[in-house]
Structure formats: structure tokens, C-alpha cells
Ligand binder design. Sequence first.
Ligand code: AMP
Length: 274
Amino acid sequence: MQAYSKECSRSGLRVGCVPTMGFLHEGHTSLMHAARAKSDRVVTTLFVNPTQFGPNEDYEQYPRDFAKDSRLAEENGTDILFAPEAAEMYDGGNSTSVAVSGVTNKFEGSTRPTHFDGVSLVVSKLFNIVLPDVAVFGQKDYQQTLVIRRMVRDLNFPIEIFIAPTIRESDGLAKSSRNTYLTQPERAAAPRLHASLTKAAEAIRGGLADRAAINKIIADEMATEPLFRLDYGRAADALTLDEPDTFSPGSEIVLLAAAFIGKTRLIDNELIKL
Ligand code: AMP
């Protein structure tokens, strides 16, 4: 993989990287197109990374379909699909950690305490293996984008990070490999997660700046769907994830939510610039 990228670099070709865990959908393929627009060669990585799953999470059950992924990757402009085995990536264990502090200590970091250490470790490894000029991530995993940006800055990775918008189903549900877990009634209820965020976003655009009142809109809207159990649904500063009592004019707000529906945990977010 490194030899390929070094050869690209010698030939003056820019390499774009799209890290994924596979079971590809239009969210992923949109990132491939974004990478293509910014580079000459697109490397999509497909790796269900064990270190970013907690002990009681869905690592074993995570959906996999290599044949379909290869086809979708190729059809959407991927030049190289880099799909290592876990034993290859973590040959003989791993003694080095990559831990980003600050932005990791709440939201996903509270419910999934080891998750971001796994993400920053595997993304560091993938960056050193793929040697990309640009890497593309989805806004769908908003907190992850802050973690990656912080890591790239702190560790001086010579890589441009580009964040692409969330691709949704027509009813607003963010596309996700995990949507495949949903039963039919759960799938029908699932758009409520995004609806609760858009409702709060509208109120913010209408002038609501009180954080507790914003959070209450999300909680109340989610409570109307009995299949959902809200993990968190809160407004925060989009850059720092700080939670001031009142948001000041000119600040960028992110609404972050995670909720369980049956055995499935879904996340979503909405960005609002005041
Ligand atoms: P995953 O395979 O879920 O780890 O996601 C791989 C990359 O695709 C991450 O950068 C995600 O943020 C991004 N992604 C996942 N779902 C979507 C979506 N619906 N829209 C845009 N990007 C997405």
C-alpha cells in the first residue's frame, strides 16, 4: 500500500483516502466522490476495527458483504480497496496508544469510553499505511471529525481533512450500516431521531438560545416515540463541544443525539450557524 502511494507521490498524483468499516451505502460512496474531486487516486479502506468496539458492542455482528462492497467501491471511483485482516493490522498486539483528550470526554466518549482511542489508533495506522494527501470523513460522525482534526493537528499529519455532508434516506434517517439491524416497526420509528434535531434547529433559527430549552425540545420530541430510549440529545458549541447556558450570536451550534431503538444504537447530529 505504501509503495503504491509513494509511486503516486513521485508521479505528482494526489492520493485521497476514505476510511470505512464496509457494508457500504450512499453515505460512503458520496465520500469516495468527494475524495475523487480532491485527488487523482482514491484509496477506500475497509476495516471493521475491533479496537473501537466496547466489550458488549456489536463487533462480531457488524454487517459484512465484501463482494458488494468491492463492486460499489469500484463503481464509485475507488482505485484501491484496502481491506486488511484484523490479525494483519494488529499483528502481535499493540503497545502504542493514540488518545485525544478534551473533545472525547463527553457524548460518544461517555457511553463508549474506549471508542475514540480505537478510532484515533486505527486512523493513525491507516494514515501511515495509505499515506494520503487528503482524507474524507462524514459529518454523520460529528464528534469523530473533531477528534480526527485535533489528532491531525497535534501529531502534524501532513494530510488535509475534508468533511462531507450526511446522506439521508428520503424520510430523514441518516444512512448507516447499522440501519440493517432495524426491524420494520423500528425502521418506521427511526426518522424521529433526526426529526427531533430539526425541530430544535428550527427553534434555534427562530431565536432560541437557551441551552436547557433547546435540549428539552429534543427530549420531548424523542419521548413521543416509545420505541426509542434516548442516550443523549444536547446542544453544544460546534467547535469545542462546550455547553454554555446560553449560546451567543455568531456561535456555531451542534445538536448531538444518540438513542437506542431495540438493540440498535443510532446517532445523528445537526449543525446550526447563528
Ligand atoms: P463507517 O463505515 O460507519 O465507519 O463510516 C465510514 C465513514 O463514512 C465515516 O467518515 C462516516 O462518518 C461516513 N458516513 C457514514 N454514514 C454516512 C452518511 N450517512 N453520510 C455521510 N457520511 C457517512
